[in-house]
Design a protein around this ligand. Structure first.
Ligand code: PLP
Length: 442
């Protein structure tokens, strides 16, 4: 059937939109048609301040020339090359650049196409690692309540967000969850890491006592939970998790899909908190969101356990058609260079106190029950409307967009994570608009 190009922009019915209230959107679409630097452009010609770096991914801002040019050049030079039993230079260069940027001890990189795939990959590496070392009974995976690890079956099994799990059957068996660390009674309006809750890591000892350490492969946590509404690790919590996992030979996986690439003012959260996991999952900011790509980083110890057997044999039966795709690799290399050349992680660190001050000035506005922050990330938790959870924050989101500001909401929490190129005037613009939105909320 011939495509009627004239009708397609007005026909919104075919695209079943992800994580979207489809009927609401299609009744009143919010269409983005362009972007540059800190701003999106809408179909009706407005400039919208990007308060969320797209979906936590455009850390260098939008349509950055170096990345655009690298993609254009690569697509004309080598469009695709398989990474199964073949190679091309840029994937190796990007792996080395990532290793150099990562905390010392992270030595090897396995490429994927998304955060969800990075999570599945890391969970499979963890289980296979133990098996390769003769500890095949270690198959149990431990996640955390309110954790978000993407949307594939492994990720939602170890994840702890109810609506992401409950429609999808029995999920993986042999999974347990640590308690989440959100303690508003004790920690509300904390700036940075909260004081209370490190002891919640001790729950891992309870799970070890229950199942036996020799059945547990890995613990996976976001060092700072983004998608569930910006939950920061209590002081000492990650250190304690590291201590307990190490003691019992359990691998520790940090899901750094959001916290990677400068969000906290350091390359990775592992560096920021000074806690080295065994595996790190990344995506999003790896290519500035321009081309889908993810990566799992591992220590030499994890990687080397696989490097045995006859040399002609595949060591790990896993990979994607687009693992290390040339265009994604070119985008990744140009992205990492942009971060470095423009000192964007340093900018995030330098602006963090200003950001914190501006964010916490919202305290006292109607319905605000908590505010949390770290690096260039911030959350404002609103009191839910009785009987209508999520509606108040969603209204704030819609009203902010009307005022040319893009924020993100999850439950009744507003989350903000602007591109790291933001400046003080734009921080003022962001919080000025948000203040107006919050003041007008019912
Ligand atoms: N893990 C974490 C911590 C995330 O925040 C996300 C996405 O927000 C994912 C995994 C999934 O990433 P993707 O949507 O690229 O599959």
């Amino acid at each position: 059937m011939a495509l009627d190009r004239n009708s397609s922009p007005n026909d919104l019915s075919a695209f079943w939109m992800p994580f979207t209230a489809n009927r609401q959107f299609k009744a009143a679409p919010r269409m983005l048609v362009g972007a540059e630097g800190m701003y999106y452009r809408t179909a009706d010609g407005r400039q919208v301040l990007d308060g969320t770096a797209g979906l936590w991914c455009c850390n260098a801002g939008h349509c950055r020339p170096k990345i655009t040019e690298a993609v254009q050049k690569q697509v004309a030079e080598l469009d695709y090359a398989p990474a199964f039993q073949m190679g091309h230079p840029k994937a190796f260069e990007l792996a080395s650049a990532l290793r150099d940027m990562a905390p010392e001890g992270m030595e090897h990189v396995f490429f994927t196409n998304s955060g969800s795939e990075s999570v599945e990959t890391a969970l499979k590496i963890a289980i296979a690692y133990h098996r390769a070392r003769g500890e095949g009974a270690r198959t149990r995976l431990i996640g955390r309540e309110r954790g978000y690890h993407g949307v594939n079956f492994g990720g939602i099994s170890v994840g702890g967000i109810g609506p992401n799990r409950k429609m999808f059957g029995s999920l993986l068996t042999g999974v347990d969850h640590l308690p989440h660390t959100h303690l508003p009674d004790q920690n509300a309006f904390t700036r940075g890491q909260p004081e209370h809750g490190a002891n919640l890591a001790d729950d891992l000892e309870r799970l070890v006592a229950l199942h036996g350490a020799d059945t547990i492969a890995a613990v996976i946590v976001e060092p700072m939970s983004g998608s569930t509404g910006v939950l920061l690790p209590p002081k000492g919590y990650l250190e304690r998790l590291r201590e307990i996992t190490k003691k019992h030979g359990i691998l520790l996986i940090f899901d750094e899909v959001i916290t990677g690439f400068g969000r906290l003012g350091s390359s990775f959260a592992a560096e920021h908190f000074g806690v080295l996991p065994d595996l790190m999952t990344t995506a999003k900011g790896l290519t500035n969101g321009v081309i889908p790509m993810g990566a799992v980083l591992t220590t030499a110890g994890v990687h080397d356990a696989f490097m045995q057997g006859p040399e002609h044999m595949i060591e790990f039966f896993h990979g994607y058609t687009y693992s290390g795709n040339p265009i994604a690799s070119a985008a990744g290399l140009a992205t990492l260079e942009t971060y470095r050349e423009e000192g964007l992680f340093e900018n995030a660190a330098a602006l963090a106190p200003y950001w914190e001050e501006a964010l916490h000035s919202l305290k006292g506005l109607p319905h605000v029950i908590d505010i949390r922050n770290m690096g260039l990330i911030g959350a404002v938790e609103l009191e839910p409307i009785a009987g209508e959870p999520t509606k108040r924050a969603f209204t704030a989101f819609l009203n902010a967009f009307e005022k040319d500001l893009m924020i993100r909401t999850t439950g009744d929490i507003i989350a903000m994570s602007p591109p790291l190129m933001i400046n003080k005037a734009q921080i003022d613009e962001l919080f000025g608009k948000l203040t107006d939105v919050l003041k007008a909320l019912d």
